[in-house]
Structures are given as structure tokens and as C-alpha cells.
Design a binder for this molecule. Structure first.
Ligand code: PLP
Length: 365
């Protein structure tokens, strides 16, 4: 039986041929494919302006810069995410302020936010872990009430929705990732949805060395920008992926349903949300008694890949040096120690889910 990874990108032949065409075209970095990809993303996001980036991390960092966040500011976020979420806050010179997660959703506990708001708090940085959206109604009620910007880390929730509206089509700044593991990929890449066209010019300058061109030969630089443009090669992959978004999401939902039906190995399952979540990952928090590293090794021996997303990031040395320590966020710490990501990608079949569930039951006893 072939090895079942926890995820695998699905690229069709037309996309592969399209990439070859771009490679032969004489224009391989940002150009017409990037423009077309951004236009397609904008259509998906209700016509709001969208700009692409070389990574989701870059999109998130630019989101914070566009919100005017910098030295001395505080940004409230979750400790349970890919470390990029907090790293970008440090990159812009601000301080990430963590609050614990809700152990049911595994996302930021919205009840804990207001208690840590200070006069220095400038923004909320929620993460939709595994593609399960943070409650947008409550999130934006808090942001409005406390006059805070929102930079949605929707890296994992592209294609997910909140009460029937696709993420990115409403709200403040929304950042997506198209990393190879994401539901829709450009190999590496990301995008930022802007709340208003007034942000477009600065967004584009921050993306590429601060450069603003005018006329045939004019060039000015008045802000420090990065080097974060997406290539046409990558954008062409994204354009080939977008038409599959709906089917991919549906297949993921159907596989997730199968997990709920067949999982008998114990531990905590995620919320059974088949309306909003894009099921970017199917994650189980193993029982206290289980040894996670042994579980991962035993599953690998059965030909099944299991991922870890993620250890609580306030416990990384970089963040401990900033004063964060064990015991502050018991839910995030417990989940971070015991969470595993099971195989889930659109090319899987129900029989693969069955195989995972059987192997896990055998390993966990
Ligand atoms: C929650 C979260 N935030 C940010 C990122 C950063 O995205 P990228 O890897 O495209 O830079 C990722 C993706 O890996 C992520 O999962």
C-alpha cells in the first residue's frame, strides 16, 4: 500500500501545461498572470481590492504596516498558530499579546480579549486554525467597541465562510496563504484583501522596495518596502487552482464527515462545522495518556503521515525571552502538546479515511 501523506497538492494537467506556457513566454516574474490572478481573487472577494505576495507571511506583515502598526504597539493574537502569525508582529516592531484559546474551537478565546486591551493595543490578529473561522460577528463587535484594527490571519481559511459570506469578502484586512499545503496553492504565495482602494498604492509600494513609477521613466521611493512580489509562474498555478476551490472544499467536507463517522481511537475531535470551515486540516487532540511522538512514528510505520500544527508558540525560546512562559495559556499548551493532523486532501477516498482510523485505533488501543 502506498504511503498516505497528511496532505498533497492537486494540480491538473491544464495547470501544468499553463505553467510551461508561462515559462516559454519570455515573462516569468510578476506580469499578466499576476494581474489575472489578483482580478480572480478580487471577484471571489466581492470586488474588494486584492494584491498577491510571495508568501502569506509577507501579506500579513504588509497588513500590519497598512494598519499603521509599529514600535510600541500591541497586537492581540492566539498562541496556537504557525509562528509566522506572531513573528510578523515582531517584524513591524510591535508586541504580540497572547490570550488563551477556546479548547472547543482551538481558536482565540474571544471572551479573553477585552481583559488584555491596553491603551497601546492597536489590532486583533485572529487565526482560523484548520480553516475553522473565528466568529466574525463577535470579533468585529469587539474591534468596533475598542477601536481596534483587524488583520485576519486567514492563511488556512481560503474558501471558508462566515454565515454564508466567503472570508475576504467583508471585514478589515484579510491575509491568505497559498503555500503548498494550503487548500489552493501557488507553491509559495499569499494575498491580501484590502478594505478600501485607498490602501492600494501603499500596499504595492510596501510589496516592492517602496518603488512608485510614473510616466515612461519616473521613479520615486518614499517608504521602505520588501521584495515580496509573486511570480507569473506561481500566479498561473493559482489561476489553475481557483476553478477547483468549490469542489476541493466539498471533498474535504465529505472526508471530514467520514472521519467523524469512523474515528474510534479516542481524544478530542474538532467542532463538526460543515457550513463555515474549509476543512484545511482534520486535527485530533490525543488523549492525555497517549505519547504523541510514538503515535506519529507508529502511524508512519503503517504508511500514514501525521503532522503537528502547532506547538504553542509563546513557549518558543524567542517568545520566552520576551517574558512569556509555561502555565499562562493552559488550553493552548495542552492542545499544542497533543494535537495531530491526520491525512486530508481532495484526492483521498473514503477508504483512506478508513485506513487512518483503523491504524489509529490499533496504535492507541
Ligand atoms: C496560520 C498561518 N499563518 C501564516 C502562515 C504563513 O503563510 P506562508 O507560509 O505562505 O508564509 C501560515 C502558513 O503556513 C499559517 O498557517
Amino acid at each position: 500500500m502506498s504511503f498516505l501523506p497528511f496532505t498533497r497538492p492537486q494540480l491538473d494537467e491544464a495547470t501544468i501545461a499553463g505553467v510551461a506556457e508561462v515559462l516559454r513566454s519570455g515573462w516569468i516574474t510578476s506580469g499578466p498572470q499576476v494581474k489575472a490572478f489578483e482580478a480572480a481573487l478580487s471577484r471571489l472577494c466581492g470586488g474588494r481590492p486584492v494584491r498577491s505576495f510571495s508568501s502569506g507571511t509577507a501579506a500579513l506583515e504588509v497588513a500590519l504596516r497598512l494598519a499603521g502598526i509599529g514600535e510600541g504597539d500591541e497586537v492581540i493574537t492566539t498562541p496556537l498558530s504557525w509562528v509566522a502569525t506572531a513573528n510578523v508582529v515582531l517584524e513591524v516592531g510591535a508586541r504580540p499579546v497572547f490570550v488563551d484559546i477556546d479548547p472547543n474551537t482551538r481558536n482565540i478565546d474571544l471572551n479573553s480579549i477585552e481583559a488584555v486591551v491596553t491603551p497601546r493595543t492597536r489590532a486583533l490578529l485572529p487565526v482560523d486554525l484548520a480553516g475553522l473561522p473565528v466568529d466574525r460577528d463577535r470579533l468585529y463587535a469587539i474591534s468596533k467597541n475598542r477601536h481596534l484594527r483587524v488583520s485576519e490571519d486567514a492563511a488556512q481559511s481560503f474558501g471558508a465562510s462566515w454565515r454564508g459570506r466567503i472570508l475576504g469578502s467583508f471585514g478589515d484586512l484579510v491575509a491568505f496563504s497559498f503555500h503548498a499545503n494550503k487548500n489552493i496553492t501557488t507553491a509559495e504565495g499569499g494575498a491580501l484583501v484590502l478594505p478600501d482602494s485607498k490602501y492600494i498604492s501603499l500596499c504595492e509600494r510596501l510589496r516592492l522596495q517602496g518603488v512608485e513609477r510614473s510616466g515612461e521613466d519616473g521613479m520615486e521611493v518614499d517608504v521602505l518596502g520588501g521584495k515580496w512580489n509573486l511570480t507569473d509562474i506561481a500566479a498561473r498555478i493559482g489561476l489553475g487552482q481557483l476553478p477547483h476551490l468549490k469542489a476541493f472544499t466539498e471533498k474535504r467536507r465529505s472526508l471530514a464527515k467520514k472521519y467523524f463517522e469512523l474515528w474510534k481511537a479516542g481524544g478530542d475531535l474538532p467542532p463538526a462545522d460543515f457550513e463555515n470551515s474549509n476543512w484545511h486540516m482534520f486535527q485530533v487532540v490525543l488523549p492525555e495518556s497517549a505519547d504523541r511522538s510514538r503515535f506519529i512514528a507508529a502511524m508512519r510505520e503503517s504508511g500514514i503521515g501525521v503532522g503537528v500544527h502547532y506547538p504553542a508558540m509563546h513557549l518558543f525560546a524567542l517568545y520566552r525571552r520576551l517574558g512569556w512562559h509555561a502555565g499562562q495559556f493552559p488550553h493552548a499548551e495542552r492542545v499544542g502538546r497533543a494535537i495531530v493532523t491526520l491525512p486530508l486532501f481532495p484526492a483521498m477516498e473514503d477508504a483512506d479515511v478508513e485506513r487512518v482510523c483503523k491504524a489509529a485505533k490499533k496504535v492507541l488501543g
